[in-house]
Ligand binder design. Structure first.
Ligand SMILES: Cc1ncc(COP(=O)(O)O)c(C=O)c1O
Length: 422
């Protein structure tokens, strides 16, 4: 027999469950209780499947953002949901205080697939970037023998690798770094896609230990370097004994139509940074790949993370990468990317100022006289397509890589119709 109190509790719980908030109420609550450092597009999502998202009123949208090029495998991929559930019910977290099977299993799979000696797992892209830089500084002092505290790291202008103090110290975007100083010293910035500037810096400063660069600059608005840039970076880094750190957090794992963006020029960086699609958005997993001489500079006690390498994360990541491989997502991105280019090029020149991208990572630069990027994204939302602008006028096109031709064309039609109707 339930007591009166138990019955009352059950009733109030039932009432609570039945109380739906409107979209506006959800947005207002976020605004009232959350931080304001990020401005979401006003749509409240509650469900995702494959390339589609649904809002809390049941309206369906085609996802052309994929969580900033993270959900390459599509929303709630059944294989990812399955392994997440299984592993969560078995062993979620131990920290690296102890051994678990998924850690080594994933490291073995990934290193053999990509061809580096070792993998060091972290959680977010920015932590993996920080890890790569720590590795490079250690290597600078212990292998290259740069005088103590003199190691310098080069970055390309307009890079983006996150929001930590180290990442904003490397940034050339005032929105990122203003009023957060003082910044980390010995971080120098040179123009992107400029081999002459790179060599000049290498010649002038023997204390440079690393050059960190995105093979395609994603957040800068999908900036593609000239053919030969990556090979040039490789050759110069080798010539001057500088580590090349490739940040493939956004471009890696099929996004640009190859397994890695450096594969477009068949180049191999010294340190590779992965994140985002490494776990398909199911759980935060990032990490760094490098060979023994570099990665083992971080010896016991010099680095760590409570969650990095957790059995749950590594099990999900293993499945996520296997999906990229087995479902041939890079090939799909390569094939469908050509359609994106073809279709967007059909837009009138006074609307689409530039179309640039590779695979399924595209930026469409829309004339400001037509409308602000933000307002265009609101109109696209109303028409059933979700994405966001980068730097005001660059409309991002980075759908899940499982998208098929029909779905892609549906999205491109919405985009073209919306832009030509404004
Ligand atoms: C190239 C690149 N590196 C690093 C990051 C940072 O990743 P996270 O937001 O997971 O820290 C991003 C995020 O967009 C990125 O695009």
């Amino acid at each position: 027999m339930q007591s009166l109190r138990q019955r009352m509790l059950a009733i109030s719980r039932e009432i609570e469950l039945k109380r739906f908030l409107s979209s506006q109420e959800v947005i207002d609550r976020d605004d009232r209780f959350g931080g304001r450092h990020f401005k979401p597009l006003p749509v409240v999502l509650s469900k995702g499947e494959g390339v589609y998202l649904w809002d809390i009123d049941g309206k369906r949208y085609l996802d052309f953002l994929a969580g900033f090029a993270t959900v390459n495998q599509g929303h709630c991929h059944p294989r990812l949901v399955k392994v997440l559930r299984e592993q969560a019910g078995k062993l979620a977290h131990t920290s690296r205080a102890f051994y678990t099977e998924p850690h080594g299993e994933f490291a073995e799979y990934l290193t053999k697939l990509l061809g580096w000696d070792r993998f060091l797992p972290m959680n977010t892209g920015v932590e993996a970037g920080d890890t790569a830089l720590k590795m490079a500084r250690r290597w600078a002092y212990r292998v290259k023998k740069i005088p103590n505290n003199k190691a310098t790291i080069l970055f390309a202008q307009r890079n983006f690798w996150g929001r930590s103090l180290a990442a904003i110290s490397a940034s050339t975007d005032p929105n990122s770094y203003t009023d957060f100083g003082p910044y980390i010293p010995n971080f120098e910035k040179i123009p992107y896609d400029d081999l002459q500037a790179l060599e000049k810096n290498f010649e002038d400063n023997p204390n440079i230990c690393a050059f960190m660069v995105e093979p395609i600059q994603g957040e800068a608005g999908v900036v593609i370097p000239k053919d030969g840039y990556l090979k040039g970076v490789r050759d110069l880094c080798t010539k001057y004994n500088v580590l090349w750190i490739a940040d493939e957090v956004q471009t890696g794992l099929g996004r640009t139509g190859k397994r890695l963006a450096v594969d477009h020029e068949n180049q191999r960086p010294d340190i590779l940074i992965l994140g985002k699609a490494l776990s398909g958005g199911m759980y935060p997993v990032s990490g760094v790949l490098a060979d023994d001489e570099i990665l083992l500079c971080l010896e016991t006690g010099s680095h760590g993370s409570t969650f990095g390498g957790s059995p749950l994360g590594q099990r999900v990541a293993l499945e996520a990468v296997k999906i990229v491989e087995e479902e041939k997502l890079a090939e799909n991105a390569n094939k469908l990317g050509k359609i994106v280019r073809e279709e967007l090029k059909k837009l009138p020149k006074d609307i689409a100022l530039e179309v640039r991208g590779r695979g399924l990572l595209y930026g469409l630069i829309v004339n400001k006289d037509l409308a602000e990027g933000w307002d265009i994204c609101l109109k696209l939302r109303d028409a059933g397509l979700l994405t966001r602008p980068a730097h005001g006028q660059i409309i991002r096109i980075s759908p899940p890589l499982i998208i098929n031709e029909e779905q892609l064309r549906e999205g491109l039609d919405i985009l073209k119709t919306t832009l030509t109707k404004i």
